[in-house]
Design a protein around this ligand. Structure first.
Ligand code: BEZ
Ligand code: FE
Length: 292
């Protein structure tokens, strides 16, 4: 017969809930749920959570789900503004980082499936897009610097007005996005415009949380990259404009050390940026793509 719970003993309650988790068949789920249970119980005790506050938290999670759809993933935004996406990415790349791999950065909610295939050297922006040109060159290599030919490179960025094309009726579909392939020397290149920083979407519950925390909501200007080569772990990263006023205050904590770069003037009113994408050996699995 099961013993009744001592009503006022949090430790006994925690032990009972952990015991109820013990039958979980999937060992990883069992481990993760045990940690979730322990940390949630510790949190409730630490802040002396009230029933009303628990209800607010549950309603917040429901609102996050309701704000998520084919055009917007509020759940990704939540993980991003809590620094959780950055933490998980940095930890999953820690061995590569020790061996000189490129620092990763979160994918974010704006990568789109079926970005247009672009030839190396071509432009990824519609000619009507105003703003200074940015010529991007890059190389995909392994950790030893050996070039990886035929690697898939995905890139996307905001406009000089700080808008992704899917947020902006002024831009043509798939503007400032592209999918490229590295040449025999592992190189890729494209022409674009210099992006501007932008606020993360604040029209949902995450925006309300940021306002309650009186936080800044800007991301510094950046370009996103995903590099994928057979037999290597996929790298998702971003390179940031170090001259952006928010370069050191990224609301999602993605702008880390080596990813902050100077966009070099090209002497003709435009700029250049060179990026090296160094991949670690491992299983090739693309991240979840948030937008169709
Ligand atoms: C982005 O870089 O696209 C992004 C990341 C997190 C939240 C919003 C946007
Ligand atoms: Fe972005």
């Amino acid at each position: 017969m099961t013993k009744p719970l001592p009503s006022s003993d949090p430790a006994a309650l925690l032990a009972a809930v952990l015991q109820a988790n013990e039958g979980t068949a999937n060992p990883r789920l069992k481990q993760v749920m045990a940690a979730v249970i322990r940390h949630l119980h510790a949190l409730a005790v630490e802040v002396d959570l009230t029933p009303d506050e628990l209800q607010v938290a549950l309603d917040f999670l429901v609102a996050v789900g309701q704000a998520t759809g084919p055009r917007k993933h509020e759940g990704i935004l939540l993980a991003d503004i809590l620094g959780l996406a950055t933490l998980v990415q940095l930890r999953s790349a820690r061995h590569a980082l020790e061996a000189g791999g490129t620092e990763p950065a979160l994918v974010g909610p704006f990568w789109r499936a079926n970005q247009p295939v672009r030839a190396n050297g071509s432009t990824i922006c519609d000619p009507a897009t105003p703003g200074p040109r940015l010529r991007v060159t890059g190389r995909v290599t392994d950790l030893q610097g050996t070039p990886l030919a035929g690697a898939r490179v995905e890139t996307w960025q905001a406009s000089p007005q700080g808008m992704y094309e899917n947020q902006d009726p002024e831009q043509v579909s798939m503007n400032l996005r592209g999918r490229l392939e590295t040449d025999a020397e592992g190189r890729f290149s494209f022409v674009s415009v210099r992006p501007a920083g932008y606020p993360v979407p604040i029209d949902g519950p995450c925006g309300a949380l940021l306002a309650a925390q009186r936080r800044k909501v800007m991301r510094p200007a950046h370009l996103h990259f995903i590099a994928a080569a057979e037999g290597y772990k996929v790298l998702a990263t971003q390179f940031f404009d170090i001259e952006d006023p928010n370069a050191f205050e990224d609301v999602v904590f993605g702008a880390v050390g080596s990813l902050l770069r100077r966009f070099e003037p090209d002497g003709e009113g435009g700029f250049t940026l060179h990026v090296e994408l160094k991949l670690e050996r491992g299983e090739t699995r693309l991240p979840h793509c948030p937008l169709p």
